[in-house]
Write a protein of this length. Structure first.
Length: 205
C-alpha cells in the first residue's frame, strides 16, 4: 500500500496491529479520525492512555476493574460461594449478558496450551486453589470454551480441585466443540450455564 504521508503510514501501521484489523480497515479508521474535530481525536487518545495507565485487575478474581476489588466480588447481591471459572474478561461479559448467573468469577488469564508455551504456572490457577482453600465454596463452575486447550485446562483444574470435595461442574455442551464462549448467543450460553452438569459425568463417557 502506497502512502502519500509518512505520518499517515505510521498511524495505519499502528492500527493494523490490532486483532482482526487489516491495513485497509486501519486506513479507513485513520482517515475517519482525520475528519473529526481535534477535540474528539484528543478525547479518543486520552481514553486509551487513561485506560492503559489506570486500569486494574481485581485482587480476588483477576477481572479487569476500576478498583482493587471489582464490583462483582464486592457485591452483597452475588453468591460468593459459587465461583465461575473463565478464560478472560470477554467470557465474564458473555456470561453476565445472559442474566442467568449470580455467583462470582475467577479469570484464569488464558488456557493451558503447550504448543504456545503456556503452562499452568502462567495462569491464575494457584490463586483459584487458594480461594477454595481459604473461603467457603459450594460449587466451582468451569465455564471454559470447548476447545482442545479448553478441555486440557478443565481436566487440569479438576485434578487440582477434586481433593476439596466440592461440586465441580461444567457448562452443558450447547456450545459446539471448538466454539468460543464470547461468540455464543446469549440464550444458548444462558441455558448452558443453567443446565450445567458435574464434570465427573463427562469422564465416564
Amino acid at each position: 500500500m502506497n502512502f502519500s504521508s509518512k505520518l499517515l503510514e505510521d498511524a495505519v501501521n499502528e492500527f493494523s496491529k490490532l486483532p482482526g484489523v487489516g491495513q485497509k480497515t486501519a486506513l479507513r479508521l485513520v482517515l475517519h479520525l482525520l475528519n473529526q474535530e481535534p477535540e474528539e481525536v484528543q478525547s479518543f487518545g486520552n481514553a486509551i492512555i487513561k485506560l492503559k495507565e489506570e486500569i486494574k485487575h481485581c485482587s480476588i478474581c483477576h477481572n479487569i476493574s476500576d478498583n482493587q476489588i471489582c464490583e462483582i466480588c464486592s457485591s452483597s447481591k452475588r453468591d460468593q460461594e459459587i465461583i465461575c471459572v473463565v478464560e478472560d474478561t470477554r467470557d465474564v461479559m458473555a456470561v453476565e449478558n445472559t442474566s442467568q448467573y449470580f455467583g462470582v468469577y475467577h479469570v484464569l488469564g488464558g488456557l493451558i496450551s503447550p504448543m504456545d508455551g503456556i503452562g499452568p504456572s502462567d495462569l491464575f490457577i494457584d490463586t483459584l486453589v487458594q480461594r477454595v482453600t481459604t473461603t467457603p465454596v459450594k460449587e466451582v463452575i468451569l465455564a471454559i470454551s470447548p476447545t482442545m486447550e479448553g478441555d486440557t485446562t478443565i481436566f487440569y483444574l479438576y485434578k487440582r480441585l477434586k481433593a476439596f470435595q466440592i461440586p465441580i461442574t461444567t457448562i452443558a455442551r450447547g456450545i459446539a466443540f471448538g466454539g468460543e464462549l464470547e461468540y455464543a448467543d446469549e440464550i444458548t450460553l444462558g441455558r448452558s450455564i443453567v443446565t450445567r452438569v458435574p464434570y465427573e459425568n463427562s469422564l465416564l463417557k
